[in-house]
Design a protein around this ligand. Sequence first.
Ligand SMILES: Cc1cc2nc3c(=O)[nH]c(=O)nc-3n(C[C@H](O)[C@H](O)[C@H](O)COP(=O)(O)OP(=O)(O)OC[C@H]3O[C@@H](n4cnc5c(N)ncnc54)[C@H](O)[C@@H]3O)c2cc1C
Length: 410
Amino acid sequence: MSADFDLVIIGAGAAGGGAARRLAGEKLSVLALEAAPRVGGRMFTTRIGGLNLDFGAEWLHSAQRNPWTELAGRLGFALDRRRANWWMQYKNLGFSVEDQEAAGAAYAAWSEALAGAPEDCAAKALSETEWSAYIRAVASYVSGAELENMSARDYAAYDEASTSDNWRVFEGFGALAAAAWPEKIPLRLATPITSVTLPPGGVALSTRAGKIFARAVICTVSTDVLAGESIRWPRELRPWREAAADLPLGRNEKLFFEIRDDRFFEPDTHLIGDPRDPATAAFDIRPFGQPVIECFLGGAGALAMERDGSASAFSTALDALARLFGAEVRRALRPLAATHWGRDPRIGGAYSYALPGHAAARHCLARPFEDRVFFAGEATDPQDFTAAHGAYASGGRAAEEAIAALARRR
Ligand SMILES: Cc1cc2nc3c(=O)[nH]c(=O)nc-3n(C[C@H](O)[C@H](O)[C@H](O)COP(=O)(O)OP(=O)(O)OC[C@H]3O[C@@H](n4cnc5c(N)ncnc54)[C@H](O)[C@@H]3O)c2cc1C
């Protein structure tokens, strides 16, 4: 069978973009296929009423060594380099300075204990104290998972590799991802792959528009998609699907309120709803001065929204804000938008975490199958997994592997 393309990239999220940019200067015929009608995957800026809202990735973590920082400069996107305000509790509302110090110390002690956690389980590093709920809430923002289901080693590895510089893109991180797609790499949107087979010499992909035969593919779909049933996979890829199942996606969702009366809210402030509730939201207030409050939900909070719907989640978040700012804020806020990453069949959640004892699954997932199928995506990066910079870097790494393999086969 003669190949239609040297290489097909499956998925046009951050990893697909990283692969595409690396391949743009090569003399290879490349095509990218994306199930959604847009580029970016879990990087998505939407514009509502003149506001830029990042539904998914928003922060350039470890910003000084983050490849998106350099790309932002090159593509003319301005960055907000101020220090992230995540540890700020606006006016210490509902969380006294002493309690913030005690909770911070409890979180630090838990992080220290992760290295020796029995059975590599993050919950087993936790000594039950007044601040256990706080630790659970913060860890769920980072991982989207419950401590009982989480590898202690994996969580600690991400933490250790991260630096404290976290920046944002004024126009939106998702807007940057969309602009970064290289013109030279053709992209078919709204074209989901429904099955993958491995005929001799290449890979065959089925789409509703017909079959495509490539000499090799770079697969960037999320671990939930790889482990799930929306694509029919060949049995040879079973070990990769098992690794993906050991790296499920946690749950994180966002709610946005429009501020109609801004006298209650100072720009660029932050606070946690209830530090004694493991499902509590964290609130980013008037980011970049915009008349909006962004509520970030992780783990139990995000799952409650998935189960009970966004109207219920808005009501819970509004109750929390009313407790902190006073009942009058109810009239000042209007629900604007909510994300549904957990229900999106093309994604299935927020970002990957490793099950206890399965941190090494990331390495297994990143290995190529023969010289034909190369795996990228946030879950495959050895240190910056979960994040958009890890995803981007993994795309470049998989592209390098594919280029070398195709040269060997020539
Ligand atoms: C709420 C939330 C907040 C986040 N915050 C941050 C943050 O602040 N900073 C940060 O760095 N990261 C953050 N992340 C994580 C970051 O968004 C991801 O790590 C990164 O975008 C993942 O990129 P990816 O390319 O690996 O996967 P994806 O973005 O999932 O890309 C895979 C692509 O494959 C496509 N696909 C699926 N099935 C098929 C099919 N059958 N055929 C063809 N294509 C298919 C999908 O549509 C998708 O576009 C956040 C994520 C969420 C959900």
